[in-house]
Design a protein around this ligand. Sequence first.
Ligand code: HEC
Ligand code: HEC
Length: 396
Amino acid sequence: MLTNLTVMERMQWIVLAILAAGIFSACGGGGGQPEVVVFDQSNAPQKLSDWHFMVNDGKTLTLNASLVPYDLNSALFSDYAFKLRAVYVPPGRQIAYKADGTFDFPVGSAIVKTFYYPKASGNDAAYVAVARRSQNEQGSSIDLSANVLIETRVLVLQPSGSWSGLPYVWDADQREATLKVGGKDVKLELTSANGTSEKFMYAVPNAQACQQCHSTQTAGGAGILPIGPKARNLNKTYAYGPEPAQNQLVHWADSQILAGFPGVAGAPVNADWRDTTQSLDARAKAYLDVNCAHCHSPLGAAFQSGLMLDFATVATVSPSPVRWGVCKTPLAYGGPGAPYRYDIDAGKPEVSLLLYRLSHYMTGDVMPPISRKVNHTEGIDLINAWIRETALPACE
Ligand code: HEC
Ligand code: HEC
């Protein structure tokens, strides 16, 4: 163990030295693809293509072979955007498994998340017409004849040991994405299968806003961490195609990018909130954990509200259900007034503020407070049913 650590430390210094010299290029890629290049934040390129995370030939967006695509049991809702997530680990380095919390990544790792929508036909040329659908299986590439690319977010672990977050926005011609540290508003028209449509301003968050959600370890401070790569979120089967489908954690361990994995039997698992064979408690816990808990937890940006929506707290009665909102009066939120009094009024979703904030998208009411402009009907239905069936005494 000690020897390992020394080797790792030595490697870190080598990486540091190379980074100090400018950019650090890693081998891998394969299949004649260019190698991934990992940049320090201060050198972050304007063009996404400079990282070589993916290849865009105008027809298909394909991941570089040295990136591993991954999905989560339950994912963040982002105005019905589809997502393609992938992780890059420098050759020879490994992620350290943890049963709880975000895995420990080696310096030079990057996580790349592309937001896109299925194309649709719209009514207003000033808006990009996109389909209002929910993503099922996440693929490993994006067919550009059927989809519109919006943005790609990059998290990269710098030699200093801190992660930096970079938002890239795709150009109208869909060939290149450009770094927009100030974020960007994109006019979208979201069209349902039944023909109804909703126009809205999709908000690519600015680089500062990444911190509001990703500072999960510092009670609203500066340090940011990835949110998804935790054992319970990744413990699911992924259709790798052409390779056979496999449990993601097993795949990472087999590919030598994950160290210390105890095996599926020893790993926690989060519910898929869409899976109606699971209990409402398990589904609501999973939904709130991935959509809210990065802020609503003891070390998140909303810790001062006292409302904890993390996996370990929701639906528990000890020390008290007030911790996850039952019969809890909000601290800093005026809200709509009577008859709304509590975050969760058990059995009464129609007067529960938690559901109210989930069902509104006006500034001041909307939760999460950033990056959501559209209501998530399916998520609202779930939380509605869950509050209605929560068997706790009525609030005084
Ligand atoms: C509204 C909260 C929120 C904001 C703002 C936000 N993120 Fe995230 N992000 C999440 C959540 C939650 C996940 C994990 C769930 C998922 O991937 O569906 C995530 C996942 C990611 C991932 C995949 C790795 C991971 O952490 O799970 C990347 C990369 C990422 N975000 C980058 C960024 C960047 C860069 C910014 C700023 C430009 C940003 N995010 C802003 C909530 C947010
Ligand atoms: C980017 C961080 C962030 C995310 C993500 C987030 N919240 Fe919040 N939330 C806050 C902050 C900050 C407050 C305190 C200020 C306020 O009430 O507006 C708050 C307050 C609340 C309150 C009032 C709590 C009280 O008792 O004072 C409710 C209810 C709430 N959030 C629900 C949610 C739900 C449900 C989600 C997920 C769907 C969510 N929030 C996601 C930041 C966040």
